[in-house]
Each structure stands twice: as structure tokens, then as C-alpha cells.
Design a protein around this ligand. Sequence first.
Ligand code: PLP
Length: 367
Amino acid sequence: MRLETLAIHGGNVVTDQEKPAIQPITLSTTFIHQEGSMVYSRANNPNRAALEGLLAKLEGGEDAAAFSSGNAAGVSVFQALEPGSHLIAPDDMYHGLRNAILQLFKGVLEVTFVDMCNLSEVENAFRPNTALVWVESPSNPLLKITDIRGVAKLAKSQQALLACDNTFATPVFQNPLALGADLVMHSSTKYFGGHSDILGGALITKKKDDFWEKIRTVQKVGGAVPSPMDCYYLCRSIKTLPYRMKGHAEHAGQIASYLDQHPAVDGVYYPGLISHPSHAIAANQMSGFGGILSFLVKDGAKAADALISRLRFFTNATSLGGVESLIERRAASEGEDTLTPQNLIRVSVGLEHLDDLLEDLDQAFKG
Ligand code: PLP
């Protein structure tokens, strides 16, 4: 099956005797004891199993585990590491996961934050106890691109695992497992859900190895699992993922070009632009450049806030990946410890008509 077909048929597991065409939602938290049956919904559930099967197929992995949020998925990887392990992570890692490492694993894990675009910096960061390298490409919110193949080679040579946060690219545009990663992480809250109404996360593994067993234990015992309803809705949303991503990327590319030429803009971060410093790597490892971009407003944070307040179709709210365009001055959302420039605006480009979006930006810039 090709991706579009897989997205529609890969998550529909109908076992009922009445043969509904679409898999129903199994709300029961418990299952009648019998050989081979599911037992309890924290451990497994038909809708979660369908979602996990679908995600594994989409990313080309042997198995997948669904979680109640992207952060819960990421934290499960860190929980599965042996205490005292060292991990290497990007200096512009999604701030919520950066905070999780710094706050929840203080004294438990060692971490070095590096510029993932610089392979020699990554190489120099390895220690004898390095167990994991974490990459996020494109990154949030600077849209930095990591050479996943290059980092995978380094991780392999040091017997460390490589995990990739693939939230921005989705399997429509990038398959980190095929590029050498061992694990893929997603915030399903974003493009998988696609409508800003589901919170979820996922991990996909290349191999069902011992480390994966530990992650499965964290999932089952820790219990940060999604509800059957959320799993059902994720399977439903993923059916349109390939076509949504094509629309998001097309619109983002056009808006990036518009912003790139605007005199009030001091720089645009979008890997699809030829001027992006890692455009060639992005073009080599991605089949599309995604729907998120950031840009710097020349006149500073106040001017950025004013610009956002004049927009009609870009909702000023955090998060990304929904059909509606969302915009925010990212540093204001990330709080005091932010490393993001104060005048940076992040845009999750939606599926409204492109001309409405461009006209809206034009009127907002004119003031
Ligand atoms: N990774 C990335 C790249 C994200 O953008 C986010 C959320 O914004 C997360 C992980 C965390 O996901 P969640 O908010 O579903 O916990």
C-alpha cells in the first residue's frame, strides 16, 4: 500500500461479527478473561492497538506505542534509560521536553545540549555513558535541520540509540527510521490530530528490542495512555494526513516566499527556502518541507505583537498542525527561560484559501 492508501486502510481493524465498515470505539475498560484476549484498557485496547499498528506502518517500524501527550511519549524514552545515563539533545529542543529533562531527570540523567547542525559538536559531546542522542528536525521554533543520517552514523559508532522527534515533518515528508534512527517520537496533538482537538503522543521503534520492552513497561505501568475515543479520532484524522500535509506545505512555501521579500521582516526560517542554511540537507532527507515557519519582525517584539493582533485568519494561540492557521510570538509562550528571539513569530500555516491568508498578512503589515 502506498502512503495515502495506508493512511485510510491501515488503522481500520474490524473484528465484530456484524461487520461494521468502520472500526467501532471500544469503551470498555475491562475484557472478559479468555485465552489471548485483552485484559485491561491501560495495558491495551482495540482502538489503541489499531492506532499503534497504523503508526508503525506509516513510519516503517516494527511496533508503536501511543501516549496521552507528546511529552508523555518523550518522557517515557528518558524513563526507560538507566539512571546515570548521558544523553545528547539539541540546543533548540522543543522547550517542553527540554524542561522535562531539566526538571524531572535532574540528578538521574546527564544531558549535553548541542547545535545538532554541527556534526563535530555532536561527536565531541559523546561520553562513555552516552546512551541516547535526541534529534528534532525540523526543530521548534527555529526550523533547524539535523543531518539525521550523519548523526545516526555517529550514534551507531558509539553504541548509542538515536531518537527523532518527527512532529513537524510527519511520516508524509520524512521517515527517520529509514535514515538510521532507532526511535521516532510524535506529538499526535499536531498534524496527526490535525484539528486542534486531540492531545496525544507516539513512539515508533525500528526493532522490538530490550529497550522497546522497557518503553512498553513505562507505558503500561506509568499509564500515560490515550483514551479509546482519542485513538479512534486519531485513526480517523490520519486518513487525511497525506493530503493535509501537501496543502500545509504548499501554503507554507508560498507564505515563506512572501515574507522573505517583505521589508518589515528580518529573516524567515523555512527549510523549503533556498536561503535556509540547511536547505540542501532538508531536500535530501525530506520529500516536502512541512507547514511551519518562523520569521523575525524588524521592529521588535512590540511590533510583532501588533502585527499578530491585526490578523483575522491567523488565530493567536499556541500549538500547531491544525487545519486552521495559528500564530504566536513564540518567546512570550515559552516564558522567562526562553532561548527564542523576542521578535520571532511562529506560524502554523493552515488550509484556508492561500489568497485569504496572503491578503490577511498584507493588511496586517500595512497596519
Ligand atoms: N515535540 C514538538 C516538536 C512539539 O512541538 C510539541 C508540542 O508543541 C511536543 C513535542 C510535545 O507534545 P504535546 O504538547 O502533545 O505534549
